[in-house]
Write a protein that binds this ligand. Sequence first.
Ligand SMILES: Cc1cc2nc3c(=O)[nH]c(=O)nc-3n(C[C@H](O)[C@H](O)[C@H](O)COP(=O)(O)OP(=O)(O)OC[C@H]3O[C@@H](n4cnc5c(N)ncnc54)[C@H](O)[C@@H]3O)c2cc1C
Length: 308
Amino acid sequence: MEERKFEKIESIKVEGLDEILGIPFMVLNDGFVRVVDYMGSDQSIVQAARVSYGKGTKQVNQDRGLIRYLMRHRHTTPFEMCEIKFHVRVPMDCWRQWIRHRTANVNEYSTRYSLAIDAAQTTEPDQWRVQSKSNMQGSEGVLNNQIGLDFSKEEEKLHDLSRDIYNKRIGAGIAREQARKDLPLSTYTEAYWKIDLHNLLHFLELRMDSHAQLEIRKYSETIGYEIVKRWVPIVWEAFEDYRLKSFQISGPELEIIKHINKSDFDSVELLAEGLGWLEKRADGSLKQNLERIEFEEKLSRLNLKLPW
Ligand SMILES: Cc1cc2nc3c(=O)[nH]c(=O)nc-3n(C[C@H](O)[C@H](O)[C@H](O)COP(=O)(O)OP(=O)(O)OC[C@H]3O[C@@H](n4cnc5c(N)ncnc54)[C@H](O)[C@@H]3O)c2cc1C
């Protein structure tokens, strides 16, 4: 039998990422994200995607085209060939959202075993956000600076008090696992967080979105723009084009857009009515409808408007 020849394989290094290995990118007042280790690059994705044809890497422009094709068509497994491990420091409330992403491997600092991290996320007087009226989960605008100053002072008092009580419990010999129970959600935790590129992009798509909470958005923007962009620049470009800067249009929305383009506003109204977008309050004004508001945002990105 003829002896099979295998091409030589060298471990893949990404210079841009090697330069920042271990260097923390600061987030919020005392959080950070840093890369501990990684595997793969743009080339690994191309290599994996081409394995079925028995062909290796081609010209850079062909590789770019392939990655963009994979991204557009959600052919996701080649992206799973890349992995990255972060060391992160995040306030507990933000971490609670982060940890919902089940497709990562996590090892978190233990406050049963060690003393809780003596740092909490603080809020500047001009950063107290106001509850959004249109989105129950969101915020819009900030409190006036003078009022904010009071809340920031109270925040400091609360942090001091909870720290003092925690230290008193520890000093009295109370177990760390119990002493921690009244620490605020603003207390920082640290973890090693390892994830493949496909699931990382999914995390970023959800957590860089304007609907995600500002704090986790700051972490995901740091991961995206400071780290992933250096690590896999071709993937990042495709991700921006086909995910971050793109948006989905539903079937009914598409029908409405067609009618707007034909100036057939009776049909627009009929369709909108069918979707329950035109329900009115007693005073005749339109009731709030989240789907309609989201559609209006999409239309404004297309330089279009609903006729009312
Ligand atoms: C803006 C926003 C608001 C949110 N609000 C809330 C809220 O009010 N309450 C709340 O509880 N959560 C909330 N979440 C969390 C959200 O529901 C998800 O749990 C979280 O974003 C993780 O997403 P994921 O499951 O897609 O990610 P991952 O857990 O990383 O999973 C990635 C993908 O793997 C697949 N997968 C993973 N595990 C399973 C499984 N067991 N079965 C089937 N498929 C699986 C799915 O396709 C999934 O999309 C919110 C998230 C966002 C972004």
